[in-house]
Design a protein around this ligand. Structure first.
Ligand SMILES: Nc1ncnc2c1ncn2[C@@H]1O[C@H](COP(=O)(O)OP(=O)(O)OP(=O)(O)O)[C@@H](O)[C@H]1O
Ligand SMILES: [Mg+2]
Length: 457
């Protein structure tokens, strides 16, 4: 989670998960770095520099969405991924395109709030612990009378060991609690009940309004309190939450989040090709074109009203992706084409790529299967020959039936390992070597029968 990664570093992070597609990686890396560069320019010029939106074009299953997903975890910036097909034209029932800005703002607020929570964590934990001890051992009034400070200030003296008189009951309790010995004990505590549940009729597309209403009502009604009997551990979690909420200034969070969203937000619009109707189409296409037109102002820069206030979209970076095999980018309404000046094509994957995808990424399928079977005490090993065979087979099936890219590997691997997955529980302690012959054997039925492979793989 760093926003100061250089393009080279971004690419090498992406390389850990995505094979090939270096052009696309370079382009998103540059776009991300440009946000960082822009932020160090004097304000007057900074406002003039608009992000260059990217359009990723490529067949299905070659890593478009994967790149976006990995980018999301890499960048400390608010990032959201939406499917263009989820939206409907303004005026029709459904989600309007502006909701993606509201979602991004929501993400931004969560991001900043979590950072703030992290910052106040130590303080929150300390006061939650004190409150817990107050519950377990209510401070006696006589101590007040004697002018003895209740444990609160004492705790400040030595946070790690707990201050105060180590012999006192309170300190003994503290030690027990820290050792986890009180976790299962029960304690009575006053908890705030969720505000009167008001089910606003959730009409499709109206969720937004619904949640705004709920927010309003929860502020208008006094919150109800109720005494509940809780496990000490759960009580502590509630106290910690309350203390964190108390220490985090939500107004500041909102303000910062807005700044972050406006200046460094990234929205990934997937499946853009699916809202691109061929010319002269029927009614459905008209509505799709409507979505495209609604997208224009958002991508170009406008102001969207969210529950956290107005958000300007001028500097939000948009990355769109689509397979574009039934339609072409030129089928998009012309204005929208112009909003995505950077185009990058992702290449189809072949068996060399498949082999690498099976072995290199940190989350490679072979790694996943090995870990899964490990839990049963079964050690699997894949020989190179086996994986080359899988890769070659994947390419062949992709050519013969439909090209679904790397997704083909999932179906093939699942087929190869299905017997083993079923029997693994009985094979604890064994070592299984998956070699070329094993792969051939498992795939023999589908390899011979093309029609069968259509169904199974
Ligand atoms: N180049 C690649 N390197 C590693 N894994 C890949 C690559 N391409 C695809 N994959 C794997 O295949 C799966 C599908 O890829 P992804 O979701 O990125 O496809 P896509 O290009 O978005 O396709 P679609 O057009 O259908 O949305 C991913 O889960 C990913 O693990
Ligand atoms: Mg995708």
């Amino acid at each position: 989670m760093r926003d100061n990664l250089t393009p080279r570093e971004i690419v090498s992070e992406l390389d850990k998960y995505i094979i090939g597609q270096s052009d696309a990686k370079r382009m998103v890396a540059i776009a991300m770095r440009n946000r960082w560069r822009r932020n160090r320019i004097e304000p007057v010029l900074r406002d003039e520099i608009a992000p260059k939106n990217i359009l990723m074009i490529g067949p299905t299953g070659v890593g478009k969405t994967e790149i976006a997903r990995r980018l999301a975890t890499l960048s400390g910036s608010p990032f959201s991924k939406v499917e263009a097909t989820k939206f409907t034209e303004v005026g029709y029932v459904g989600r309007d395109v502006e909701s993606m800005i509201r979602d991004l703002m929501e993400i931004g607020v969560n991001l900043v709030r979590n950072e703030e929570m992290e910052r106040v964590k130590v303080r929150a934990e300390k006061s939650a612990e004190e409150r817990l001890l107050d519950l377990l051992l209510p401070p006696s009034p006589s101590r007040f009378a004697a002018g003895e400070a209740i444990a609160m200030p004492a705790a400040g003296s030595d946070a790690s060991m707990g201050g105060g008189d180590p012999g006192s009951t309170r300190e003994k309790l503290r030690m027990l609690w820290r050792k986890g010995e009180l976790d299962e004990r029960r304690v009575k505590m006053e908890v705030t009940m969720a505000s009167p549940t008001m089910e606003i009729m959730a009409m499709p597309g109206m969720e937004e309004i619904g949640s705004q209403f709920k927010d309003m009502f929860s502020k208008a009604f006094p919150q109800k309190k109720k005494t509940r009997d809780l496990r000490v551990k759960d009580a502590y979690d509630i106290l910690l939450q309350e203390e964190s909420d108390r220490l985090v200034d939500m107004d500041k969070v909102t303000e910062q989040a807005k700044e972050r969203v406006e200046q460094s937000g990234i929205i990934f619009i997937d499946e853009l090709d699916k809202i691109c109707g061929k010319q002269g189409g029927s009614g459905v296409d008209v509505s799709r074109e409507g979505v495209q037109r609604d997208l224009l102002p958002v991508v170009e820069g406008c102001v969207v009203n969210t529950k956290y206030g107005m958000v300007k979209t001028d500097h939000i970076l948009f990355i769109a992706a689509g397979a574009f095999h039934l339609s072409k980018p030129s089928d998009l309404v012309p204005e929208l084409q112009g909003r995505f000046p950077l185009r990058v094509e992702l290449s189809a994957l072949d068996k060399k790529d498949f082999y690498r995808i099976l072995t290199e990424p940190k989350n490679a399928l072979t790694v996943q299967y090995r870990a899964l079977l490990e839990t049963e005490g079964v050690t699997v090993e894949f020989t190179d020959g086996a994986l080359l065979e899988v890769a070659a087979f994947a390419q062949r099936i992709n050519e013969e039936t439909e090209n679904i890219g790397a997704r083909r590997l999932y179906t093939i691997m699942e087929k190869i390992l299905s017997d083993l997955s079923f029997e693994a529980s009985d094979k604890s302690g064994q070592k299984v070597i998956v070699d070329e012959a094993y792969v051939r054997e498992q795939l023999s039925d589908v390899a011979e029968d093309r029609d069968l492979s259509r169904y199974i793989l």
